[in-house]
Design a protein around this ligand. Sequence first.
Ligand SMILES: Cc1cc2nc3c(=O)[nH]c(=O)nc-3n(C[C@H](O)[C@H](O)[C@H](O)COP(=O)(O)OP(=O)(O)OC[C@H]3O[C@@H](n4cnc5c(N)ncnc54)[C@H](O)[C@@H]3O)c2cc1C
Length: 495
Amino acid sequence: MSARERPVRRIVIVGGGSAGWMTAAALGRALAGQPHSITLVESEMIGTVGVGEATVPPIHEFNRYLRLDQAEFLCATHGTIKLGIEFEGWGGVGHRYFHPFGYLGIEMSGIHFHHYWLRHLAAGGDPDHSPYNLETMAARESRFAPATRHGPVHHAVHFDAAAYARFLRAYAEDKGVVRIEGKVADVRLDGEDGFITALVLDDGRAVDGDFFVDCSGFRGLLIEGALATGYEQWGHWLPCDSAVAMPSESEGDPAPFTRSTAREAGWQWRIPLQHRDGNGYVYSSAHLGHDEAEALLRSRLPGAPLADANRLRFVAGHRKAIWNRNCVAIGLAGGFLEPLESTSIHLIQTTIIRLLSLLPRDAIDPHVVARFNRDALHEYRTIRDFVIAHYALAGRDDTPFWRDVAAAGIPDTLAERIEAFRATGNILFEPGDLFGPTNWYAVLTGQGVRPQSWHPIADGLPDAELAARLATLRGRVAEQLAELPPHVEFLRRSN
Ligand SMILES: Cc1cc2nc3c(=O)[nH]c(=O)nc-3n(C[C@H](O)[C@H](O)[C@H](O)COP(=O)(O)OP(=O)(O)OC[C@H]3O[C@@H](n4cnc5c(N)ncnc54)[C@H](O)[C@@H]3O)c2cc1C
């Protein structure tokens, strides 16, 4: 890509889903008072994908950047608290484990707690590590407050993504973002360097810009439709390519965690909001028909259905470049990983932050673009590996789907992580990775990996001292738990 030495003043966003309005809100806040114009074009006729309800803890950083009030945000989006994910049937039929947020135990002598825990297990200790993670215990007892006297309770939220987009639209328009209702029918490119110069709407209006953000969803109207960037597909590792979603009436108080239940040809989610449950079946169309998937989801809804089924198709993977020429793709336009670990909205957020940190002023520099793409694609790959780990280690061979998954193979990067953990107890991760040691430990051991060893420093504590420390940690978690009110009471107070 050549450098382009032209000021970037007119920023045009295509798409008004979560990605579009999150981008508009962040740019609106970042560039307030500057001579920039920010325009968002969306088409109500086309609509949004209409799903996306579970998040991961860094969502609060994004909301804090926008200075959103947490209570107002929860109320506007019918939000509930998420302390982790309960995986049912992934380690084998009838098996369950919890992947919590927060930390398992604490670091001691510079190494992660799980090394001491592995030593404790090898000596025949009680294998239940839940009492060492506050979030697991709070999820089990349906309790929550943002913090206790000893520190934060790590959490994300479940919310109505459409309500979040509406909330952010009001915010962005207040910051000067101009919304244009219209359908993009054509994209004009510069004859010399192929950069985008304007969008042409179906009524003939042209929207000129210096920089374009493609938030047009799976179709990738600019990044693919106009710039033919190419797509790296991961369907061979992640065979689910379809989903059917359907909200249902709430049954009882909302639980502060997501449920993911492995099924015959994929898995089913259940996400409790304040006013309803979100449900969906993510499946492989090579193994299950669309009508059959819908019927199965219906038969397994926890309450009466509240809307028609929303059927979706997708391909796991990402654009070969997330930033191409003067266009950055954010959200589904950039790529997609199935929502097993609720990472899409997070990827929107990190792409926005990355764009803000490298936003061009007078030139689009190819080195900046290359760094942006390198970091963005690295992030996709590390999250991909975490998602694939759930499938690769699933203890199931009871249907053709699970047998095909077992035969699919895994990326070398994931194989390295699993083997290193199995042999040494070490979790290989890089600073900045979304999923750290507690996450990997929970999923790898939850799905049956048993490390053969642990870090030598963990041998340094005498047995009695280790037992005393474990007792102190359990006591600390129990004390914190007792401070937490019921989750529903917390929600009531926030409303
Ligand atoms: C089954 C499923 C479950 C999911 N669950 C989760 C989850 O639990 N957690 C999570 O983080 N993420 C989840 N996601 C992902 C999440 O839904 C998306 O990341 C998020 O909604 C962002 O979507 P988007 O804004 O990129 O695209 P969309 O919502 O599709 O929005 C695209 C926008 O582009 C506009 N547009 C398109 N073409 C044109 C045109 N020609 N002219 C004008 N406008 C146009 C549309 O009108 C729309 O406004 C899930 C996704 C799927 C498929």
